[in-house]
Design a protein around this ligand. Structure first.
Ligand SMILES: [Zn+2]
Length: 255
């Protein structure tokens, strides 16, 4: 519950949180320990959280929904709650069906979502609190590529952030906060880069298909030099069966 509250607070503005804290502090039904926990979670931690935000990172992508990191974590949390609800509904549905397969699939999805939620919230806290991370991966030190925090480095995954924070606790030498490490370079997030590239490739393919179609249309408007099919008629094999267009008819249309 505290985890959820923490991220909900991180996504809310200060006034809203202050009003909420006021309310729980005056609620006689809540235990003092819980009120204290919630209050200190926000005042000692969450209100000092700071994310290295950059707007319009994904602006060329129409299917991107720009949001803050706490908004993302809260959304993943709601997805897990939704999946849990679906599982209960699969058991409770009032029609006689075997839904074991669906129940198992939803369970697998739920486990995956919960795993990502844990990683995202843990890594997010490291980022937001500027926790020290090891400035390079152990295997990076020999391959000459430079550390992740160098200008050539790429944004890290939540798993890598958690790992580097762990490494740093064991070997505190050479550490850097995520915001500082990432500020040295301008490489966009991999997911964005990949999607921009995929979109470009798709546009190129669409253009190529269009050109092929246009050439086929031109070729159909002429007779075939090989099988002598008349304009508008399909090519025919020697046996007289309709066949795919003869190459000569297609290439002639290009000239
Ligand atoms: Zn032909």
């Amino acid at each position: 519950m505290l985890l959820r509250l923490k991220w909900q607070m991180a996504a809310s503005d200060g006034d809203l949180v202050a009003a909420f804290l006021n309310e729980i502090q005056e609620d006689p039904t809540l235990e003092a320990d819980l009120v204290e926990d919630i209050t200190s979670t926000f005042t000692d931690n969450v209100q000092h959280w700071k994310f290295p935000e950059e707007h319009k990172l994904s602006s060329p992508l129409t299917d991107a929904l720009e949001c803050t990191f706490p908004e993302l974590v809260n959304s993943v949390y709601r997805a897990a709650v939704g999946l849990r609800r679906v599982r209960a509904m699969l058991i409770g549905v009032n029609v006689r069906l075997n839904l074991r397969g669906a129940h198992r699939s939803m369970g697998e999805a739920l486990n995956l979502v919960i795993g990502e939620l844990e990683l995202l919230s843990l890594a997010g806290e490291h980022v937001a609190t500027d926790a020290p991370l090891r400035s390079s991966f152990p295997e990076e030190e020999d391959d000459g590529r430079g550390p992740w925090s160098s200008p050539a480095g790429e944004p890290l995954s939540p798993k890598q952030i958690v790992w580097l924070a762990d490494l740093c606790r064991k070997h505190p030498d050479s550490s850097i906060g995520y915001a500082d490490g990432i500020s040295a370079h301008s490489t966009p997030p991999q997911l964005v880069t990949e999607r921009i590239k995929a979109r470009k490739d798709r546009l190129i393919r669409t253009q190529q298909y269009r050109e092929i179609e246009e050439q086929m249309r031109k070729a159909m408007a002429q007779s075939c030099p090989r099988c002598n099919s008349a304009p508008g008629e399909f090519c025919r094999s020697r046996a007289g069966k309709e066949t795919t267009m003869h190459k000569g008819r297609y290439t002639m249309a290009a000239g």
